[in-house]
Design a protein. Structure first.
Length: 146
């Protein structure tokens, strides 16, 4: 914790911690699929290399979708945007979990990537704003001197 102007430690607001937890969960779903590829391939009756396209589709959705969705939602209320992103994220994973179609799971991965990118962009702004200038990173906060 960084000190405030009166010397007391600065505490992060609850919203910053909640947004961090959401970002962690969304990041986990991005990578956990790699371990599950053989099982997913069996369930969807595709090869493991075809199932690995689910990772590529998510990455492509994040690369293209995060900046596009950040611009598209720029004038929307941040809270509504975060909630909508979480709902789309959850529904996308529900569709993927219940589907037996590889094409539908692939589409769901792209949609959840768009939602993840949207959440990450907006959450970063909200958390930084909520934490305030006392909690921002400063290059002089770390010292490499022994």
């Amino acid at each position: 914790m960084s000190p405030t102007t009166d010397g007391r430690p600065h505490k992060l607001p609850l919203v910053a911690l909640v947004l961090s937890a959401g970002t962690f969960r969304m990041g986990t779903t991005e990578f956990v699929i790699a371990r599950l590829l053989p099982e997913i391939a069996d369930d969807l009756n595709v090869s493991v290399s075809q199932a690995s396209l689910l990772i590529t589709a998510f990455a492509a959705g994040m690369i293209v979708g995060a900046p596009a969705m950040a611009i598209a939602t720029l004038h929307l209320p941040r809270r509504s945007t975060l909630i909508l992103a979480l709902v789309v994220f959850a529904l996308g994973h529900l569709v993927a979990a219940l589907s037996s179609s590889f094409a539908l799971v692939l589409a769901a991965r792209v949609v959840t990537a768009l939602a993840t990118g949207t959440f990450w962009c907006v959450a970063a702004v909200v958390a930084t704003t909520a934490a305030g200038p006392a909690a921002t990173s400063r290059p002089w906060a770390c010292s490499w001197e022994v």
